[in-house]
Ligand binder design. Structure first.
Ligand code: SF4
Length: 742
């Protein structure tokens, strides 16, 4: 044991008493538990690199240590992702660790209804006793979990294995359902595997970039910097109802009517076909379903679609000509597409256009979904929720046998079906089928669509456990038991970013009080539950990474060629795939499908399409405005559990909720700039400052998603294939706020 490490604390003593096996691990790796000092591999005064823990860009940050503790950070100049830049969130990444409302000890709800501190042992015993009791009374599947895209892949994998192989749960999903599920299903069906094909270098290599429902200037500012570094004088097209910051910087903006995107994309495909812009040779060799697609899109005439979308025929034709004549055209989408009642088919309409024009597998091309959270891609591959570990299928006996062998467990422990989706788990609670829920590092009571319903749903549980960094999240306040977790910078593991780059997260700061890395909370629960032996391979984050390598063997996401964490650190992150025997050198930026071979058994990509569906909640005379929601600024992150802790970041965004209103509507409803207004849907209302702006079109209003009240308005509709919520469209009314009545 390193003599520089702090002496074992009261908690360490407790953990030592609980388990002989854990004792040995603690002796080997005390820092890994969130206790003691930073890992022994870092010298006390040094600079080290860690990948950022907010968004999916995955920037490298240089963290500066003094006496073994992070004191400051700066963007890494030699990291290919960000090349010396970071957005405000990255610069402020250390600040949220020191917040006053950190969870520092387990909290248990007492007989008086308050949360009170309890020792870890009581927390663990209560966790197991309550969940086992629920399972005994209502069946093994009456307990479920909801996880996150914010914790490392190793922690996700251990959680998924513990819950499903050890505790007998069948259902567990992640908050990535809210952002990436649509892209996952779209890619799987079209390419045969969930495989975003691009590398960030494509931002710099395109001569045409088409952004659909994406605002990288605000949501992914470092990716936008890569666009700004493009030396090919690219044409930049933005398809978005709002005149976003990215639309203002574009060469063409198509402000289409909300949720008319599928019609527009089918019309574009039709015109590309009619005007001879199809790369027949590529399609014949690598793509299935062209004749069927051509017949389908023939029904979307320019005149009809111009009317449906509210766009001029000329602007649609200009879009078609720019795509058709481009040499290297890339298509980028995010939540404007994914968060839709028909998002999968919209994403596939984008993929269709890239495929038929041969814009895939070459520099500067691709049908490219930008992910949201820092480890959304890790969640997609390694969370063991809807996919079996490594992008495998629970329902496939061969896959189960392969994963069981890789983990060294009996195959009988692996369920034969995937999980219910997030909304179905909540529905299960509502119907009394799910009685116990374990929520890890996500803020369901704020972020889930139609917030008033979800609070009612969570209130019906027999036992709710929330594992989080903070005690004050809207969800933690509802919990029966709060388990205090270490945050970014207080633990080790890996994240996978939007371009499939696996980056290393390092422990550079001590977690406060008795907060523990999620990894070790899962280990303690396994021990208390009595299934620690089954999970013995998950001894530490790095040993778990070795397990993930093993389960990935032979998959499109094969990472058996990555030796260890040291290699990830040296190479400044490595993109998947990297099979054993392949070496791509330092900082290589690689894209998929260069050989035109896709992951379906026949090696061909599929063109997929369907008739557009009506919007779930159309406007009417009582609710005459369409509510759009989205990111407000690059200084805010999701439900603001972390970004609101930084005084610097708080200065960079409005403190109060605000609503963007077009000047025409402002006149109609008697609203002036900085007035307060009530925005009301059939489900709830919020009070917000009025921002009169041409950013939104007449008939539409926009509210940023970061304020707790935003999801009191949203309408719970879902894509039928991905079960992703449709946050971007519902019907509302607006009126000037009466300070006495409202
Ligand atoms: S762009 Fe994303 S990954 Fe980069 S610094 Fe900002 S939040 Fe972190």
């Amino acid at each position: 044991m390193n003599s520089k490490l702090a002496p074992p604390s009261r908690l360490t003593d407790l953990l030592f008493q609980r388990s002989g096996k854990l004792t040995q691990e603690l002796v080997r790796n005390p820092g890994g538990f969130g206790l003691g000092q930073v890992p022994v591999r870092l010298t006390p005064d040094a600079t080290t690199t860690a990948v950022c823990g907010f968004c999916s860009t995955g920037c490298g940050l240089e963290v500066h240590l003094k006496h073994g503790q992070a004191v400051n950070l700066s963007p890494a100049r030699d990291y290919s992702v960000n090349k010396g830049a970071a957005c405000p969130k990255g610069w402020e990444a250390l600040t949220p660790l020191y917040a006053k409302d950190r969870a520092v000890r387990p909290l248990l709800r007492n007989a008086r209804g308050g949360l009170e501190e309890v020792p870890w042992q009581v927390a663990l015993d209560t966790f197991c006793a309550r969940f086992k009791d629920i399972q005994q009374r209502h069946g093994a599947h009456s307990v479920a979990f909801i996880s996150t895209g914010q914790i490392p892949s190793e922690e996700m994998a251990l959680l998924g294995a513990l819950a499903k192989f050890g505790m007998g749960m069948l259902h567990g999903d992640g908050n990535t359902r809210q952002c990436m599920a649509t892209a996952v299903v779209a890619y799987k069906q079209a390419f045969g595997f969930d495989a975003p094909p691009f590398t960030y270098d494509d931002f710099e290599q395109s001569d045409v970039l088409v952004f659909i429902g994406a605002n990288p200037c605000i949501a992914h500012p470092i990716m936008w910097e890569r666009v700004c570094k493009n030396l090919h004088h690219p044409r930049i097209i933005v398809i978005d109802p709002r005149k976003t910051e990215t639309a203002m910087a574009a060469t063409q903006h198509l402000p289409l009517r909300p949720k008319s995107d599928l019609r527009l994309l089918y019309c574009v495909a039709n015109l590309l076909i009619e005007r001879g812009y199809v790369k027949r040779e590529y399609v014949d060799a690598h793509v299935s379903g062209f004749e069927e697609l051509a017949a389908h899109v023939r029904g979307f005439s320019l005149a009809d679609v111009a009317m449906d979308t509210g766009l001029s025929s000329e602007s649609i034709e200009q879009l078609v000509e720019t795509i058709g004549r481009g040499e290297r055209v890339s298509f980028w989408w995010t939540m404007g597409v994914n968060q839709s009642h028909e998002g999968v088919r919209v994403a596939q309409a984008i993929i269709n256009i890239a495929l038929i024009t041969g814009n895939i597998g070459r520099p500067g091309t691709g049908a490219n979904s930008i992910t949201g959270q820092c480890n959304a891609m890790g969640s997609r591959l390694f969370s063991n929720t809807t996919n079996l570990l490594g992008g495998h299928d629970f329902a496939n006996a061969e896959h189960r046998a392969k994963v069981a062998a890789a983990l060294g467990i009996d195959v009988a422990h692996i369920p034969q079906q995937g999980s219910l989706a997030y909304d179905q788990i909540l529905e299960g609670v509502l119907r009394g089928k799910i009685k116990g829920l374990w929520i890890i590092a996500t803020n369901t009571a704020h972020s889930w669509i139609n917030q008033s319903d979800v609070k009612d749903v969570l209130g019906r549980l027999d036992f709710l456990v929330v594992q989080d960094m903070y005690t004050t999240t809207e969800t933690a306040r509802l919990a029966n038991l709060v388990l205090p977790a270490a945050g970014w910078g207080e633990k080790e593991g890996t994240f996978i970013n939007s371009e499939r780059r696996i980056g290393l997260l390092k422990k550079v700061s001590r977690a406060p009080g008795e907060a523990l890395a999620d990894f070790y909370i899962f280990k303690l629960i396994a021990d208390a539950w009595g299934c620690a032996d089954l999970l013995r391979g998950f001894a530490s984050p790095e040993q778990t990474f070795q397990l993930l390598k093993r389960v990935s063997r032979g998959q499109p996401c094969d990472i058996t060629g990555i030796a260890d964490y040291a290699m990830l650190d040296e190479r400044r992150g490595i993109q998947w795939p990297l099979p054993e025997g392949q070496d791509v050198g330092v900082q290589a930026e690689r894209r998929l499908f260069e050989d035109g071979r896709f992951f379906h058994a026949d090696g061909r990509a599929r063109l997929l399409f369907e008739a557009p569906r009506p919007v779930p909640e159309p406007i009417d005379e009582n609710y005459p405005l369409i509510l759009l929601s989205g990111r407000g600024s690059s200084s805010q992150w999701h439900t603001q559990t972390r970004t609101s802790k930084s005084a610097v970041l708080r200065k960079l965004y409005p403190e109060e909720p605000y609503v963007e209103v077009n000047p025409e509507d402002a006149r109609r409803y008697g609203l002036s700039p900085s007035d307060y207004a009530i925005v009301e849907s059939r489900r709830g209302k919020l009070r917000a400052r009025v921002n009169v702006t041409h950013v939104v079109q007449p008939g539409q209003v926009f509210v940023p998603m970061h304020y707790a009240a935003a999801n009191q308005l949203t309408f719970a509709a879902f894509d039928p294939y991905s079960r992703q919520p449709s946050y971007k469209h519902c019907a509302v009314q607006i009126r000037k706020s009466d300070p006495f009545a409202d």
